[in-house]
Design a protein. Structure first.
Lengths: 435, 516
């Protein structure tokens, strides 16, 4: 059954395969129809047009503005005497929303309050630091999407990458440069290993990757927790479940000097983006990936081994997510890591991949936007007292709007692709399309 | 009841699916609506059935204007539809299916099955349908299921019955029976609209013929018109329905299949102990009603079926147990029967689809890099050679018409050196013009010395292409007969009756018949 598109919900009525790993007969037509409808929705959500992405962000910011206004104390107060002085309310709403969003901007792009350009641009470098792992993990998830795989295992892959790469970074003594490369490669391989298990399970047994990635997240979390407490990741002489600090020789060097946090990881992520772009649009492996993602049946009939592609794709996807994991250990939290070193990036990466429409440079841009949200949310809270949760709500709304393209289209009155007739019937659509 | 459509215009965006169509169906006549795929026949009928609302025009029933907001209104007004794909629930009985949507209940909401059963029996007896009201629909043959659809429409007192491509799924015998039923309905005063693109059936049963092309009525014809006249009306130019081909000059046997059995996951044999050979330079047509093992047979040849017993050799080398890639690399070309599902990646461009089966080696891949310039050059040449009408090689194939999609598949498969070419339902759903083209290419491939297998459920196609015909029924070979075997004999064989005598003048190797 491994030839069936991966989006089939687990437990749907699929005939039992006689021998595992071998494709079953695909002659059950109604089921195939069901699958291709799922397939269509999946593809629409993961690779729709860029304009939907932009509008989803705009919409989410608008809804976020409403929330900022509603939760603001001044606004609540002036709403109490709205009918005697309505202008007060509007003024307060404007003040709350513009204050919050300008704090978000100044905290993430450029701080006008500082004197020199070098100081004013600091927030933007922070944005890039936050964006680095998001882009790497986002590329991994996006690669999975393009092959029709839903990799929710970012957390587990990051943790294993951090554990293996982190161990190389603090326990192995190597000269400067070589140590960095060794730790980096170890981390990427760790992520690839954790992703590859998923690919292998899917190819061999048809196990659905959504289930296996979620379960492997737990396995990775408790495994790393155990290793931090009692295993080889433990800091000697400490009861804290935290690893020793990475050795100086393995840490990513700063790009702009010690005044900024921006490190080598960002360059690596640019390279990863270029690699993923080359892989997907210029290499034959990427060609086969996309063929499997778009239509696994046709790919199989054309001689492409769908199972093998699933394994390769999960290896590469896990490796890219692993880059995000090792980036945390060698770049961001070099003083030792705990079992929460992933800090939710594995899941944010799904949003980034969706917002970036599963295209490498789209993911790059979406990662920077989310990095800006993260960097800006702290200053928004500090300056205006707007809770950080608002930013999380805005991020969640973006996903919501992307997952519901018809909603965005309806709000902005965009034309529906193919202009659906009054009541679409499959037969009729086919007839019209055949012209 | 007299049905009249006046000036119906239906647009989908910029596309005009129906352009000012006028159609009058007198009471008690069979009116055939003839046209190629995509001509707008089904759109028109969906307007009539209330599924679409036309931008312009009106529908008159017995000279009174009628407005249908949905199929419910149309049914109430006496219009019934027999869909191409049956709208029946397989696990329900005939009576339950007939009452579906119009359930009569007794006190307490209990279904009045007895009344429905009686109604089925009544209609069935009246027209001699011989349908058992208590039979489960999934147990019935396709032809009988279609009668259930007819009963369903008649039980709603339909005065106008629309048959949408009703013969696509039937054996020749079942088709003949359907013709008899249609005449009976007509004699009972029912008006019938018969949508089809098969010329022979139209001439056999229709009282009047309206031909639609590109959304417009292009003419009316009487049933006495010849096939060629009707076809040229449909296509808009003269069409040669017979394929020009020289007699085959078969060489040595290329493909030898012996004792091939394909088993499904439930342990049933879908293909049962099949043996045959195909020589170089000949076309073996595999005929049979859909679902009698032809699909599984081709999949087994291609390495797409996991559980295969028996032996397959091509030029003496075994192909059994090989992966699809190995089979393709052994110079086998394959046109799958479902081109959108198995043959093409809809989101890929024409160029990308043209290299789909060569994504692992030269010429299109050099050290992991796609050779895009070379591919563009190749695609441009193939698009020209195969006359693929598109806006360029970067058009996604999903946007092409069926005929152009099939040309892309053919262009891909025929651009390699081939020893064996398997074309499954190569012209299904294509217009007459594209069928001509596809047939010419298949014959040209044969003449180049390739062994060719054509799987088809259309007797016209089998007769046009075959040098020898192998008929399959329930996974077995009924017989292998010469290409000029009469239609009637083939029809009987497709229903499982062995061929009367099977002289095989051109057979290069001993073959086994039904006894195999």
């Amino acid at each position: 059954m491994s030839d069936t598109p991966p989006q089939t919900p687990p437990g749907s009525a699929t005939p039992p395969a006689g021998s595992p790993g071998k494709p079953a007969s695909r002659r059950d037509r109604p089921q195939t129809d069901e699958e291709s409808r799922w397939h269509g929705v999946f593809r629409e959500i993961t690779s729709g047009s860029a304009i939907i992405s932009v509008l989803a962000v705009v919409l989410a910011l608008l809804v976020g503005a409403v929330m900022i206004a509603v939760t603001n104390d001044d606004v609540q107060e002036s709403a109490g005497y709205f009918f005697s002085r309505p202008s007060d309310l509007l003024g307060d709403v404007w003040g709350a929303v513009s204050g919050a969003y300008s704090a978000l901007f100044q905290g993430s792009i450029y701080n006008f309050g500082r004197g020199s350009f070098a100081e004013g641009i600091t927030p933007f470098t922070e944005t890039l630091v936050f964006a680095t792992p998001l882009i790497a993990a986002g590329l991994g998830v996006a690669l999975g999407f393009r092959v029709g795989l839903f990799n929710i295992g970012g957390r587990g892959q990051m943790l294993i990458a951090a554990a293996i790469g982190g161990w190389v970074a603090f326990a192995v003594a190597l000269p400067y440069g070589i140590h960095l490369v060794a730790a980096l490669v170890a981390g990427i391989l760790g992520g690839a290993l954790w992703g590859g298990i998923v690919g292998l399970l899917k190819a061999r047994t048809g196990a659905h990757e959504v289930i296996t990635t979620i379960m492997l997240n737990y396995v990775a979390f408790y495994l790393v927790s155990y290793l931090l407490r009692e295993g080889f990741l433990r800091t000697p002489g400490s009861n804290n479940p935290k690893s020793p600090a990475s050795k100086e020789t393995a840490v990513f060097p700063d790009l702009l000097g010690p005044d900024y946090n921006l490190h080598l990881g960002f360059i690596l992520v640019i390279a990863a983006t270029i690699f993923t772009w080359w892989l997907l649009s210029r290499s034959n492996l990427g060609f086969q990936f996309r063929a499997v993602g778009e239509n696994p049946n046709a790919a199989r009939v054309a001689g492409i081994s769908v199972q093998r592609m699933y394994v390769y794709a999960m290896l590469l996807s896990g490796g890219l997510v692993g880059l995000a994991g090792i980036n945390q250990v060698l770049g961001t939290t070099t003083s030792g890591f705990g079992a929460t070193v992933d800090s939710g990036i594995g899941f944010d990466a799904i949003t980034v991949a969706l917002l970036g429409r599963s295209k490498p440079w789209g993911v790059f841009a979406a990662g920077i936007l989310f990095g800006a949200f993260k960097a800006g949310s702290f200053s928004m809270q500090a300056a205006e007292g707007v809770p950080i949760d608002i930013v999380l709500v805005v991020q969640s709304l973006i996903v919501l709007f992307i997952a519901a393209p018809p909603l965005v289209r309806a709000i902005f009155r965009l034309p529906t692709p193919g202009d659906t007739p009054l009541r679409a019937r499959p037969i009729v659509v086919k007839e019209v399309a055949a012209k | 009841m007299k049905l009249e459509l006046r000036g119906i215009t239906k647009r989908f965006g910029a596309l005009v699916a129906n352009d000012n169509i006028n159609l009058t169906v007198e009471a008690g006549e069979i009116h055939a609506l003839l046209g190629e795929n995509g001509a707008g026949k089904s759109t028109l009928m969906n307007v009539l059935y209330g599924l679409y609302r036309a931008e312009e025009g009106e529908i008159l029933l017995d000279d009174k204007p009628a407005h249908f907001a949905g199929p419910g209104d149309a049914m109430k007004a006496g219009i019934g539809m027999v869909h191409q794909h049956f709208m029946l629930i397989p696990v329900f009985t005939v009576a339950e299916n007939v009452m579906l949507g119009h359930e009569e209940t007794r006190i307490g909401g209990r279904l009045d099955l007895a009344a429905a059963r009686l109604r089925v029996k009544h209609i069935s007896d009246r027209f001699g349908f011989a349908v058992d009201p208590d039979a489960l629909v999934e147990d019935l043959p396709v032809g009988v299921q279609q009668r259930v659809e007819i009963i369903k429409a008649l039980s709603q007192d339909a005065k106008v019955l629309v048959f949408d491509e009703p013969t696509a799924v039937l054996t020749p015998q079942e088709t003949d029976e359907l013709m008899v039923i249609m005449r009976q309905l007509k004699d009972a005063g029912t008006s019938i609209v018969f949508i089809t693109h098969k010329l022979r059936e139209v001439r056999e049963v229709a009282d009047r013929i309206t031909v639609i092309r590109l959304g417009k009525v292009v003419g009316e014809a009487s049933p006495t018109a010849t096939n060629e006249e009707l076809a040229s009306l449909m296509v808009g130019r003269a069409v040669d329905l017979t394929v020009d081909k020289a007699p085959a000059t078969p060489g040595a046997p290329a493909l030898v299949v012996s004792g091939l059995t394909v088993i499904d996951p439930r342990g049933q044999a879908l293909v049962n102990n099949v043996s045959f050979t195909v020589a170089t330079g000949e076309i073996l047509a595999i005929a049979g009603v859909q679902g009698n093992g032809q699909t599984e047979l081709t999949e087994a040849l291609m390495g797409l079926q996991p559980r295969v017993v028996g032996e397959i050799t091509l030029d003496g080398k075994s192909l059994r147990g090989h992966s699809v890639r190995q089979v393709l690399d052994a110079a086998v070309g394959f046109v799958p029967e479902d081109r959108t599902e198995d043959g093409l990646v809809g989101g890929f461009t024409i160029a990308e689809n043209l290299m789909l089966d060569r994504s692992h080696r030269l010429p299109f891949v050099k050290r992991f890099n796609l050779q895009l310039a070379l591919l563009a050059e190749f695609a441009t040449a193939k698009v020209k050679e195969f006359d693929v009408r598109s806006q360029g090689i970067d058009t996604p194939v999903g946007r092409l018409s069926g005929g152009n999609q099939q040309k892309v598949v053919l262009a891909r498969e025929l651009s390699r050196e081939l020893r064996l070419f398997i074309a499954a339902q190569p012209t299904r759903g294509l217009d007459v013009g594209s069928i001509e083209f596809v047939h010419e290419r298949i014959v040209a491939t044969r003449d180049a010395g390739t062994a060719v297998i054509v799987i088809s459920t259309e007797l016209d196609e089998v007769a046009a292409l075959a040098d020898r015909i192998m008929v399959m029924y329930r996974g077995r070979i009924v017989g292998i007969v010469p290409g000029d075997t009469p239609r009637a004999v083939l029809g009987l064989m497709m229903a499982g009756e062995p061929a009367p005598i099977t002289p095989e003048p051109t057979t290069p190797a001993p073959t086994e018949g039904a006894a195999a």
